[in-house]
Design a protein around this ligand. Structure first.
Ligand code: NAD
Ligand code: DAU
Length: 332
């Protein structure tokens, strides 16, 4: 890949992907990002000017997208509204960005015969019971629960249809919960870390028995690069690193690593429709493409993430107050 267009590259995973690509490959990168509340320009400071540029604009802007796609070898599509809680308050925004945005991009890559990798989520498969021995595979039936996951599922189906009907050169990946540096403080792990740094108690939704399958963001991104280079057009790859943990265990581990009593957290209102458990079977990615995660020690990865937030308050502080005010209004 000589020139990459990365949508949503000022967000959490996208900005880490851009850094990963610039550090590990010779490609140049253009980020297309609408710079919503979820973007942080500070995530992109210090990148080499000769190999990186930021274009402010929306994936729903057909003329802009067409022009940019025409000038790049491949597109990696991260741009989305990404937060489940917000999708319960403003579902229309999720329909527009996640579905219309993906449609707009598909029309451009179809016209210019450009390679596309579409980033999606394990949430398209709905949730599993706590004692269900099965995990999600590429054959699992789509069964999304929230406006966010339904919009992502819709986008995935559009990509599949454009591959089959128009021969678009696309792959799809569905990844589990990411953690690591530069994640917005609205999300579970950064919220709890920054609450403790601010001298407040972490907030657990409902019982806290819900299970998420954690993967370090750099492992997600190395998998995306592997699929971009070696994936088979039209195929879906599930990305996960065998990181299942319930939310209560994660909060207690954060408290322990930050030197607090492990029971000093509060139970707050649960998320309506809260998915119980996600679990990824990444056998296809591991066996067909030879990918492996590097961050297999969650405790170590979490400790490094805590250090990152401790050392980068200027990155997260501007978003913290408004984020907590919105949660407080919902009793969360
Ligand atoms: P994020 O919310 O941190 O970043 C999203 C980025 O998209 C932001 O920079 C935002 O400004 C940008 N954006 C929003 N609307 C846009 C538009 N109309 N045009 C251009 N840019 C726009 O999200 P994230 O956590 O980095 O997730 C990135 C992608 O990965 C999403 O597609 C998400 O569904 C998927 N994903 C996330 C996770 C996770 O754990 N965070 C796991 C699996 C898949
Ligand atoms: O599974 C992949 C998905 O992971 C991605 O597609 C989404 O974009 C990403 O946001 C994430 O979705 P979740 O809803 O799982 O992530 P979130 O960080 O919002 O919450 C993780 C779990 O923690 C979930 O069970 C809800 C719970 N939670 C969350 C917050 C913010 C709490 O218990 N307390 C909190 O304060």
């Amino acid at each position: 890949m000589h020139s990459l267009l990365v949508t949503g590259g000022a967000g959490f995973i996208g900005s880490n992907f851009v850094r990963w690509v610039l550090d590990n490959t010779n490609s140049t990168v253009t980020v297309l990002d609408a710079m919503t509340y979820a973007a942080n320009e500070a995530s992109l400071v210090g990148l080499p000017e000769k190999r990186f540029q930021l274009v402010r604009g929306s994936v729903c802007d057909a003329d802009l997208v067409d022009d940019l796609v025409a000038r790049h070898d491949a597109v990696v599509h991260f741009a989305a509204e990404s937060h489940n809680d917000n999708s319960l308050d403003t579902p229309g925004l999720f329909i527009k960005t996640n579905i219309i945005g993906t449609f707009t991009l598909l029309q451009a890559v179809r016209k210019h015969h450009t390679r596309l990798h579409h980033i999606s989520t394990d949430e398209v498969y709905g949730d599993l019971e706590l004692d269900d021995p099965t995990r999600f595979t590429p054959e699992t039936r789509y069964n999304p629960s929230s406006p966010y996951s339904a919009a992502k599922a819709s986008a995935d189906l559009l990509v599949r249809a454009w591959v089959r009907s128009f021969g678009v050169q696309a792959t799809i990946s569905n990844c589990s919960n990411n953690y690591g540096p530069r994640q917005h403080v609205e999300k579970f792990i950064p919220r709890q870390i920054t609450e403790i740094l601010d001298g407040r108690r972490p907030k657990l939704y409902g019982s806290g028995l819900n299970v998420r399958d954690w993967i370090h963001v750099d492992d997600h991104n190395s998998a995306v690069w592997t699929i971009l280079e070696r994936g088979t057009i039209g195929e879906t790859y599930l990305i996960g690193a065998d990181g299942e943990l319930d939310n209560r265990t994660v909060i207690e581990l954060i408290l322990e690593l930050m030197g607090q009593p492990t029971d000093s957290y509060d139970h707050v209102n649960d998320r309506p429709g809260h998915d119980l458990r996600y679990a990824i079977d990444a056998t296809k990615l591991r066996e067909e493409l030879g990918w492996q995660p590097e961050y297999t020690n969650f405790r170590g990865g979490l400790a490094a993430t805590i250090d990152w937030y401790r050392n980068n308050e200027s990155w997260w502080r501007p978003q913290k107050e408004a984020t907590e005010a919105a949660y407080a209004a919902k009793g969360q």
